[in-house]
Design a protein around this ligand. Structure first.
Ligand code: ATP
Ligand code: MG
Length: 371
């Protein structure tokens, strides 16, 4: 799919914007605080109905105005698509797809599929295990409703088990009731672990390929699911189940002492390696960014596998830490995907443009040059 036209009125620092977009590559270049990310943000809003920077629609409306208007028109595999949003200061937003008003935000999802990579995504590498778990959970939930149900249920049971553990410290009799929670925790937890291992295997293959493309085959990225529960290579659900159950029983005294559940998929992590070295400890800035990017870009292939066409890709501030070769190979490897890039400077070498893309120079909420 691709977006061919974008119109903005009173969105962020734009009074009015009307642009024709290239179906492959669009580069927004300009100094800081001129409105580059604002354009990506407006596109994101057409996909998700809300921003990735704020939950408050009000902030998206130009200061001292009542309404922001966004319209994106494009093409999907099965025909044309147009999405219009009106965001109001003092009432609910209005959304239309192909001229028809939607009653629920959820009806919008899937109209335009968007993948975004922003500096925030570096947390995937640099942040703690919870950042990586959140990434895994979100990615799988996107394409698997059952997983979403299982992880939500797991978290609920975990909360209840933790409350019980705290109470057991004062009232030992309550220990009798823990089996019910153990059983449920192991049941949902096994499903969660199994799916995560499967997903990481797939992601490993895709991100490895992507990383090799961007680094011209120089680096080998590998990701592994690191579980605190002993799981063998075959990862049969029955074995995971037994192993998790035994661990819970073994750790019960420790759990009571600490007042929370110390084993389970809520403690798992993702190991990320380049040439067998842990990238979090040994990776350079550029390597870390390339790896994070490769993981995110694999999402594109996964979505393609699900819906049969490529989503749209937004790359905010991604280029600054990549050397010129990585920038070139990145762009080359995205040739089937409509991509939007923000950048403060455009090194001549980077652009294999020659009609393969459009460059928009942005200054203070307007486009001052377009070629
Ligand atoms: P950088 O290179 O620093 O990332 P950028 O070009 O991506 O910069 P944006 O985030 O797109 O910058 O735009 C920031 C500009 O938009 C700032 O000047 C900010 O004051 C302005 N801005 C943000 N929200 C609003 C709003 N609701 N009304 C008016 N202007 C706004
Ligand atoms: Mg920006």
């Amino acid at each position: 799919m691709f977006i061919s036209k974008l119109k903005l009125i009173n969105f962020r620092n734009y009074n009015k914007l009307d642009i024709i977009l290239h179906d492959k590559l669009n580069i927004f270049i300009g100094n800081n605080a001129q409105g580059k990310t604002n354009i990506l943000e407006s596109l994101y809003v057409t996909g998700f109905g809300k921003s990735f920077r704020t939950n408050k629609d009000k902030e998206l409306i130009k200061m001292n105005k009542d309404m922001a208007y966004i319209k994106a028109e494009g093409k999907k595999r099965y025909g044309e698509i147009s999405i219009e949003l009106r965001l109001w200061n003092n009432r609910n937003k209005e959304i239309k797809t192909n001229g028809i008003s939607l009653t629920k935000l959820s009806e919008l999802l899937g109209s335009i599929n968007i993948v975004i990579f922003s500096p925030e995504d570096l947390k995937l590498i640099k942040g703690g295990p919870s950042e990586r778990r959140r990434f895994i959970d979100r990615e799988i939930s996107h394409v698997n409703k059952k997983y979403y149900y299982n992880i939500m249920s797991y978290n609920k049971v975990l909360l209840q088990r933790n409350n019980l553990l705290k109470n057991i410290a004062y009232n030992k009799k309550l220990l009798k009731t823990i089996d019910i929670w153990n059983e449920k925790l192991v049941e949902y937890g096994t499903e969660v672990i199994f799916k995560r291992i499967e997903f990481i295997k797939k992601l490993n293959m895709l991100s490895r390929l992507m990383n090799r493309r961007i680094t011209e085959g120089k680096e080998n990225l590998e990701i592994k699911y690191l579980s605190n529960i002993k799981i063998d290579k075959k990862y049969k659900t029955q074995d995971i189940y037994e192993s998790f159950k035994q661990m819970l029983e073994k750790k019960i005294d420790n759990d009571i002492k600490r007042g929370f559940t110390t084993v389970g998929p809520h403690k798992d992590d993702l190991g990320i390696y380049i040439d067998n070295k842990d990238i979090r400890i040994f990776g350079s800035q550029g390597q870390q960014r390339t790896a994070a990017l490769s993981l995110k870009l694999s999402e594109i292939e996964i979505i393609k596998g699900e819906i049969g066409e490529y989503p749209i890709l937004l790359l905010d501030d991604v280029m600054s830490e990549l050397d010129i070769n990585r920038q070139k190979f990145l762009i080359k490897s995205l040739k089937n995907v409509q991509t939007f890039i923000t950048i403060t400077e455009l090194p001549e070498l980077m652009i294999p443009l020659d009609k393969e893309g459009s460059i928009f120079k942005i200054s203070n909420g307007s486009i001052v040059q377009n070629n």
